[in-house]
Ligand binder design. Structure first.
Ligand code: 26Q
Length: 835
C-alpha cells in the first residue's frame, strides 16, 4: 500500500509506510542521503510527506464546495500571522504518534525537527494572528474558505536587542524554501496602476487605460482542520513583473538599469509593512492593498462565473470579509468589475457589492483609521477614485433627503474628508460597501457605535454587530500545552478536544486537592521549560517556582508596558524597604516588538532592560524579583510562554484595546488576569470568580471624561508618594547612570498630559498587584482559580466566533455540529479497530 492509498482508505497508518515516504522525499526531493541529512533536511522531507497526505482531502473539500453549491467565504487580509505549521498539521491529521514512530528508528525526533521550521510571520500582531486562527477554525468547522493575502518575501522584522535597544533585521522565512506551499504560476491575474480613464459618464461603463501592470502569482497553502476532515486554502499573491529584464539595456551594458523596472514592480510583495497602529501611509502600502485585493476579486469572480455564469448570484454564493480597512479598496474594485467589465447597471452592481462584503473593524485609534490622499488615489487608481466619487454622491443625496438640512451629518458621513488635504476615508468606504460591520468585543462594538461610526450608524442603523474574537484551541491548548491536555483527558476524557464546552467539567475538579496538585505540577513543568529558555537566551537564572508575571504583545503606549515597569520599580523599592512583608516572588516577563519608527516604544524596551539590570543582580531583593525581556517575540515564543504564565497582564488604557486575544490564550492555559475593563478582558471577567480576577483602573467612560477635562498626570502623582518617588528616581537617572537624561521626557509627559492615564491608574494597579500577591500566598486558592480559568474559557474558542460570523454576517447555515460528529466518527473508528 502506498502512503496516499493508505490515507484514502482511512486505515490505521503503518509507521513503516510513512517512514519510507519520508525517506523517499529526502532522497528524491531534497537530494540527500539519510546519514548526511541535517535536521532541516529531515524537516523538509517530513513536511513534504505530510503534505502528500493533505492533498487528496484538500482537493475533495474544494470539489465538494462546488458540487453542493455551498457558500464560499473569502477572507481578505493584509496579514496572516501563522507561525509554524508542522505540529499543527500533524496534530490535526491525528498523525503525531505515527510520525514519531516513523522517525524514531532514523534517530530523528519531531520535537527537534519542528524547531528548525521558520515562523511564517506575515503579520504584525493581533489582527494577523486572528486571521490565522480563523483559517484553521473554518477548516475545522467545514466552512469552505479561501484566505487571500500577500506572500511577503520578508515577514515581520527580526528583533535584536543590543545594549537594551531594539534593532530591526530583515526576516528571511523563505531562505530554505517553504515545503507547505504550491506555486501556481498559471494563476496570475494582471494588476493595473496609473494611466487614465476613457468614458463620459462615471456611473456607466468606462475604459481604464493603465500605464503599468504587474502579475500576481498565486501560492497556495492548505490549512488543515481538526481531525483532517476538511481544509481551507490560504492563497497568497507574489508580484511578478511582466518582463524579467530590458534585454536591450542589458546588452548595452546597463546591467542594473535593465532590472530597475522589475525590482520596482516586484517590491510590492517584498516586505510586510511593519506598522501596527502607527501613523504613516505610503504609496507602497496602497499598492500592496490594491494588488492583493484586485487579485483576490479577479480570482473569485472568475471562479464564480465558471460555476454560476453571472454575477447576479454573487451575494448568494460568496461572502467576502474585509479584515479591517486594508482591503477596503475592494468595494470600488468590485464595482469596477461589475460596471466596466460586465456592463451591469450601477444599482445592480451596488446590490451585488453590498450583499457580498462584510467589514471587521479592529481599532478605534484615530491614527490607525486609514485614509488616502485623493491626489494619490487619482494618480494610482484613477477609475477607482471616480467610482468612489459616485458612491459618495449617491450616498450623500440619500442622506440629505432623509436628514434635510443636517450639513454636519453629511460632512461627517462623507467618504471624503475635506481638509487642507482631501482624503478618502477607507473605514467609511468599507462601511458603506458592506451589509454588516462588526466590532471584535462587546465594549469595542459599543464604542464603535458611539464614536467613529456614530453618524454612519444613524444613517444605516442595525448594520453594526458585535462578534467577540476567539482563538483556535488546537494550537493554543492542545499543541502548546500537551502536559495540561494529558491531565485534562485523564480527568474528564477526550471530548474537550472536539467540544471545548466539555472543559466545564473541570469546574468541580477545582475543589479536588489531588487534581489541583496535578494541575500545579503541569504548570511547574511548563515554567521550568520557560526558565530554561530564559537562561539559554539571556543567561539569567530565574526561580521556576516564582510567579511568572507576563506581558507579551506589541509594545505600544496604550498597552502600557510602562505602567508595569513603573510598578516594578516601586515594588523593588518596597521589597528593599521591607523584605519580609509577604511579597510573592516574581519573574516579570516582557516580550514584544516596537514599530521601527516608534521611538517612545523603543525607549520603553530600553527601560525594561535598565530596570532588569538594576533589579536582577540586587542582593537586597533576596531573589524576590527578576525582570526579563525575551527578544524577537513571535508565535513560537508565545507557544512557550503562554503555558508557563501565572499572571496575565492586560492593562491597556480602557477603551483602547479593541479586544485582545493574548488575554484569552493565557486564561485558557490557567493564568489569572490582572487587567483593566477593556476589550474582551471584560468578557473574561464575566466568566471567572470576581476575587480571582484583578481588575483595576478607570473605565472607558472615565478615561473619556478625564481626557475631555484635560486632567493630566500631575494630580495623581501628587497624591501618590510611591509614584512620585519612582518618577523622581527615573528623572534623576537612577536607572540610566550612563545617560541620566534618558527618561526625562518620558517622565515629563506623565506629569503633563499623560494621554494614556499611566499616572491616573498607577495606585489602582499597585493595589491590584498586592491582591495578586495575597492570593498567591494561598497556594490552593490560586490553583483553584487557575483551574477555573481553564474550565471557563470555552466560549473564546474561534469555533464559536466563526459560527457567529456564519450566522450574523455570512448567512451560512451554522454547523458547530461537524466537530461533534467528527468526534463520534473517530470514536466509532477506534471501536472498530479495538473490535
Ligand atoms: C493603518 C494605517 C496605516 C498603516 C498601518 C495601519 C495598521 C496596520 C496594522 C493599522 C492596524 C494594524 C493592526 C491592528 C491590530 O492588530 N489590531 C488588533 O486586532 C486584534 C484582533 O481583532 C485585537 O484583538 C486587538 O485588540 C487589536 O489591537
Amino acid at each position: 500500500m502506498t502512503l496516499e492509498t493508505e490515507a484514502r482508505s482511512g486505515a490505521r497508518r503503518d509507521p513503516a509506510i510513512l517512514r519510507d515516504a519520508i525517506i523517499r522525499k529526502l532522497t528524491y526531493d531534497v537530494g540527500r542521503s539519510q546519514n548526511a541529512a541535517s535536521d532541516r533536511e529531515w524537516f523538509i522531507a517530513t513536511a513534504r510527506a505530510v503534505r502528500d497526505l493533505i492533498v487528496d482531502r484538500w482537493m475533495a473539500t474544494t470539489r465538494s464546495a462546488y458540487e453542493t453549491g455551498a457558500k464560499q467565504v473569502y477572507y481578505l487580509s493584509l496579514e496572516f500571522l501563522i507561525g509554524r505549521l508542522l505540529r499543527d498539521n500533524i496534530d490535526n491529521l491525528g498523525l503525531t504518534e505515527q510520525v514519531n514512530d516513523a522517525l524514531a528508528p532514523l534517530g530523528v525526533t519531531l520535537e527537534r525537527i519542528r524547531m528548525v521550521e521558520h515562523d511564517a510571520a506575515l503579520g504584525n500582531g493581533g489582527l494577523g494572528r486572528l486571521a490565522a486562527c480563523f483559517m484553521e477554525s473554518m477548516a475545522s468547522l467545514g466552512v469552505p474558505a479561501f484566505g487571500y493575502g500577500i506572500r511577503y518575501d520578508h515577514g515581520l522584522f527580526r528583533q535584536v536587542i543590543v545594549d537594551g535597544w531594539q534593532h530591526e533585521y530583515p526576516e528571511d522565512w523563505l531562505a530554505y524554501g517553504n515545503p507547505w506551499e504550491f506555486a501556481k504560476p498559471e494563476i496570475c491575474p494582471e494588476i493595473s496602476f496609473g494611466g487614465w480613464v476613457e468614458g463620459a459618464v462615471a456611473d456607466e461603463p468606462c475604459v481604464w487605460r493603465p500605464d503599468e501592470q504587474v502579475h500576481a502569482v498565486a501560492y497556495d497553502t492548505p490549512v488543515v482542520g481538526w481531525r483532517g476532515r476538511s481544509m481551507t486554502t490560504l492563497r497568497l499573491w507574489s508580484a511578478r513583473a511582466p518582463d524579467p529584464l530590458k534585454l536591450e539595456a542589458f546588452n548595452r551594458g546597463d546591467h542594473v538599469g535593465a532590472l530597475a523596472d522589475r525590482v520596482r514592480l516586484e517590491s510590492i510583495s517584498k516586505v510586510l509593512y511593519p506598522g501596527d497602529e502607527t501613523p504613516s501611509g505610503q504609496e507602497l502600502r496602497l499598492r500592496q492593498q490594491y494588488f492583493f485585493t484586485s487579485a483576490a476579486l479577479q480570482d473569485l469572480v472568475r471562479r464564480h462565473l465558471r460555476v454560476y455564469g453571472d454575477l447576479a448570484s454573487l451575494p448568494d454564493r460568496v461572502a467576502i470579509q474585509l479584515n479591517d480597512t486594508h482591503p477596503a479598496i475592494a468595494v470600488a474594485e468590485l464595482m469596477r468589475i461589475c460596471v466596466d467589465l460586465h456592463q451591469l447597471p450601477w444599482d445592480e452592481a451596488w446590490r451585488i457589492t453590498r450583499g457580498s462584503f462584510g467589514y471587521t473593524n479592529h481599532t478605534l485609534m484615530p491614527e490607525a483609521l486609514e485614509s488616502w490622499p485623493v491626489a494619490l488615489m487619482e494618480r494610482l487608481l484613477p477609475r477607482h477614485m471616480q467610482i468612489i466619487y459616485v458612491i459618495n454622491a449617491r450616498h450623500l443625496d440619500d442622506v440629505r433627503a432623509r436628514f434635510p438640512g443636517d450639513d454636519a451629518l453629511a460632512a461627517s458621513v462623507s467618504l471624503i474628508h475635506e481638509n487642507a488635504e482631501r482624503r478618502v476615508r477607507m473605514g467609511h468606504l468599507a462601511f458603506l460597501g458592506s451589509h454588516r460591520v462588526n466590532g471584535v468585543s462587546a465594549l469595542h462594538t459599543d464604542l464603535l457605535r458611539r464614536t467613529v461610526f456614530h453618524d454612519l450608524d444613524r444613517v444605516a442603523p442595525g448594520r453594526i454587530v458585535g462578534i467577540t474574537n476567539g482563538i483556535t484551541f488546537r494550537r493554543w491548548l492542545h499543541q502548546a500545552n500537551r502536559r495540561l491536555c494529558t491531565l485534562i483527558e485523564a480527568a474528564i476524557g477526550p471530548r474537550f478536544r472536539d467540544d471545548p464546552q466539555a472543559l466545564e467539567e473541570l469546574v468541580p475538579l477545582a475543589e479536588d486537592a489531588g487534581f489541583r496538585g496535578d494541575f500545579a505540577l503541569v504548570k511547574r513543568l511548563n515554567k521550568q521549560a520557560l526558565a530554561e529558555a530564559i537562561r539559554g537566551e539571556l543567561g539569567i537564572a530565574v526561580d521556576p517556582t516564582a510567579m511568572m508575571d507576563v506581558q507579551i504583545k506589541r509594545i505600544h503606549e496604550y498597552k502600557r508596558q510602562l505602567l508595569n515597569l513603573l510598578e516594578t520599580i516601586a515594588l523593588a523599592e518596597a521589597i528593599r524597604a521591607d523584605p519580609a512583608a509577604g511579597w510573592a516572588p516574581r519573574v516579570k516577563v516582557f516580550a514584544g516588538k516596537a514599530a521601527a519608527s516608534y521611538h517612545r516604544a523603543k525607549l520603553i524596551i530600553k527601560l525594561a532592560h535598565d530596570v532588569g539590570a538594576a533589579v536582577n543582580g540586587d542582593p537586597a531583593l533576596g531573589g524576590l524579583l527578576k525582570v526579563v525581556f525575551l527578544p524577537n517575540y513571535n508565535v513560537s515564543a508565545a507557544e512557550l510562554i503562554v503555558p508557563a504564565a501565572d499572571l496575565s497582564e492586560q492593562i491597556s488604557t480602557a477603551g483602547m484595546e479593541a479586544s485582545g486575544t493574548g488575554n484569552m490564550k493565557l486564561a485558557l492555559n490557567g493564568a489569572l488576569t490582572i487587567g483593566t475593563r477593556d476589550g474582551a478582558t471584560v468578557e473574561i471577567a464575566e466568566r471567572v470568580p470576581k476575587e480571582t480576577m484583578f481588575l483595576f483602573g478607570l473605565s472607558a467612560e472615565e478615561v473619556a471624561e478625564r481626557r475631555a477635562r484635560g486632567v493630566g498626570g500631575w494630580p495623581a502623582i501628587a497624591a501618590s508618594p510611591r509614584l512620585a518617588a519612582v518618577l523622581e528616581a527615573l528623572e534623576q537617572g537612577a536607572y540610566s547612570p550612563d545617560d541620566p537624561g534618558r527618561y526625562r521626557d518620558l517622565v515629563a509627559s506623565l506629569r503633563g498630559p499623560d494621554p494614556f492615564m499611566v499616572a491616573a491608574d498607577f495606585e489602582a494597579y499597585w493595589a491590584a498587584q498586592r491582591r495578586a500577591d495575597r492570593l498567591w500566598q494561598d497556594r490552593s486558592a490560586w490553583i483553584r482559580a487557575a483551574v477555573l480559568n481553564t474550565a471557563n474559557m470555552a466560549w473564546f474558542s474561534a469555533d464559536r466566533t466563526i459560527a457567529e460570523y456564519a450566522a450574523e454576517v455570512w448567512n451560512i447555515p451554522v454547523h458547530r455540529r461537524p466537530l461533534v460528529q467528527a468526534a463520534e466518527a473517530a470514536a466509532a473508528q477506534e471501536g472498530r479497530r479495538g473490535g
